[in-house]
Write a protein that binds this ligand. Structure first.
Ligand SMILES: [Fe+2]
Ligand SMILES: [Fe+2]
Length: 138
């Protein structure tokens, strides 16, 4: 793992944070059903937290001499509230997996400040995952 390789991976993460924020805003607006009222509010909080993650990643990329991306990753939606929450859950599970790897990769090249920042993001993604599982009764 080199610095340039991790910058490239962090830019992929950044594009997926932008995508997650957009997806959450759209899903929160579309979701219906009394049983989803509390998760609807939670999705808006998630959207703002994903933008916070995007901000941290962009700063870290720039600090390491990279160019933070303007790209937005793939977004998903569905006609059914439960289906949208499942899409959100899949996104969070992917994020947890990616950030676990990214923390290790940052440590392996001696970027301990970056590793710490990524750990903070990872903790929040795990919370997002738990929120969605609870809403889906999983
Ligand atoms: Fe995030
Ligand atoms: Fe998240």
């Amino acid at each position: 793992m080199t610095k340039n390789e991790i910058i490239e991976l962090l830019n992929k993460d950044l594009s997926l944070e932008f995508a997650a924020a957009i997806q959450y805003i759209q899903h929160a607006a579309k979701i219906t059903g009394a049983e989803y009222q509390s998760i609807q509010k939670e999705l808006i909080i998630h959207a703002n937290e994903e933008m916070g993650h995007a901000n941290v990643l962009a700063e870290q990329i720039a600090y390491m001499g990279g160019e933070p991306t303007l790209d937005v990753g793939d977004r998903r939606t569905a006609g059914d509230s439960g289906e949208m929450l499942k899409q959100d859950l899949e996104g969070e599970r992917d994020a947890v997996k990616r950030y676990k790897m990214r923390v290790e990769q940052a440590r392996s090249i001696g970027e301990f400040g970056l590793a710490r920042a990524l750990e903070d993001i990872l903790i929040m993604e795990e919370e997002h995952e738990r929120d969605l599982m609870a809403a889906l009764g999983l």
